[in-house]
Design a protein around this ligand. Structure first.
Ligand SMILES: Cc1cc2nc3c(=O)[nH]c(=O)nc-3n(C[C@H](O)[C@H](O)[C@H](O)COP(=O)(O)O)c2cc1C
Length: 387
């Protein structure tokens, strides 16, 4: 087997080893996928400035995100159904993140539960919350995250209603689950994946089954989930959730300066400039294009993080040079997980770290916190001339 040298290599292996319906679930965006595509291609427009004859010994990518030490400013983003990419996927990704020294964010829609992940890790992880209409469930899941000693709540604001991904519907990955005959045959050919799945108990939405009233099996689960995303979520509810949680709060899905200002008003600790990896509002600008305007609006009042489209350490470094204090990867680590379980996530983190560290050195910087706009070239019309 050829050496794994970049995230694309992991992506190819992920595709080979994981059932098509779960690979497609990861590698797709909503509707035309314009935002999904531009999230990655827009990073290419930003370039680095090469510097020479600068001492590059003793470099470090270590810094802090919301006051917590990180080996590099790259967290693992919340990804639903991670435990379907690979058996016990959330536990494996959390362990890899813990060993590497970066935050792992567990999705509300995970396969392994908060308690499962806590049992298999020794350091606090972050928990991502989708606001559900079932108040008892909402209060209970926040309490469970507190009991598991989660060290930040990542509240996702851009999914009150689901963006449509054509591939999921065609594959039958929908509510209720109706896998096509082709997909059932395909699953049978992914033996490595199948053996893992036969060995684990974790096969449904672990945070929900047995915790939400009336949800005891997959059928009732899908019906419950489809009806539960809170269409009435507003800034008052965000403030209430902040109070219920009482710890560090990160608001995810901010794409406009006006919403970023509201996040500051509500007292959040950080925001994530994110369009959900192009899975929600197709036609939105890429996150990296929106980052400068949001930094201008609130960069000195709140920590600004970013995700969507990061596939390399160079991408992450460009965001840091623009002024972001942290980045998140979604698909980049899921490719590692689908390719090679915990080892694959570690490989993804190592690849990104090496790219980040080497680029930083060639830009003439030894400390990630000193990377700034002087290290990059951004096209004058990067944001675009919109009316
Ligand atoms: C397969 C998949 C599932 C996702 N599930 C969730 C989720 O449950 N909660 C959430 O807040 N974001 C979710 N996201 C969005 C990610 O947290 C993140 O915003 C996105 O993946 C970043 O883009 P990238 O994949 O290009 O790095 C999901 C993304 C993917 C690819």
């Amino acid at each position: 087997m050829a050496a794994i040298t970049n995230i694309n290599d992991l992506k190819r292996q992920h595709k080979r080893r994981t059932p098509k319906m779960f690979y497609d679930y990861c590698e797709s965006g909503s509707w035309t996928e314009q935002t999904f595509r531009e999230n990655t291609t827009d990073f290419d427009q930003i370039r680095f400035k090469q510097r020479v004859a600068v001492d590059m010994q003793d470099r470090t990518t270590a810094t802090k995100m919301i006051g917590q030490d990180v080996a590099m400013p790259v967290a693992l983003a919340p990804v639903g159904l991670t435990g379907m990419q690979c058996a016990d996927g959330e536990i494996k990704a959390a362990k890899a993140a813990e060993k590497f020294g970066v935050p792992f964010t567990l999705s509300t829609m995970s396969v392994c539960s908060i308690e499962d992940v806590a049992k298999h890790t020794t350091k606090p992880f972050w928990f991502q919350l989708y606001v559900m209409r079932d108040q008892a469930f909402l209060e209970n899941i926040i309490q469970r995250a507190k009991d598991a000693k989660c060290s930040a709540l990542v509240l996702t604001l851009d999914l009150q209603i689901l963006g449509q991904r054509h591939k999921d519907l065609k594959n039958g990955l929908s509510v209720p689950l109706r896998p096509s005959a082709g997909n059932i045959l395909d699953v049978a050919t992914k033996w490595r994946w199948g053996i893992g799945m036969l060995r684990t108990q974790n096969k449904s939405f672990g945070n929900i089954v047995g915790h939400a009233k009336g949800v005891s099996d997959m059928g009732s689960l899908f019906t419950w989930t489809a009806e539960q995303f809170d269409l009435q979520l507003d800034w008052d509810k965000v403030a209430k959730i902040k109070k219920m949680w009482g710890g560090p709060l990160i608001l995810k899905g901010i794409m406009e300066p006006e919403d970023a200002r509201k996040a500051v008003e509500v007292g959040a600790d950080a925001i994530v400039v994110s369009n959900h990896g192009g899975r929600q509002l197709d036609g939105a600008l890429s996150s990296i294009k929106m980052l400068p305007a949001i930094l201008d609006a609130v960069g000195n009042q709140i920590e600004v993080h970013i995700d969507s489209g990061i596939r390399s350490g160079q991408d992450a470094l460009k965001a840091i040079a623009l002024g972001a204090k942290g980045t998140y990867i979604g698909r980049a680590y899921i490719h590692g997980l689908g390719a090679n379980g915990e080892t694959g996530v570690t490989q993804a983190l190592q690849i990104i770290h090496k790219e980040m560290d080497t680029t930083m050195a060639l830009c003439g910087r030894r400390h990630i916190e000193t990377m700034d706009k002087d290290n990059i070239l951004v096209p004058r019309d990067f944001y675009g001339d919109w009316a």
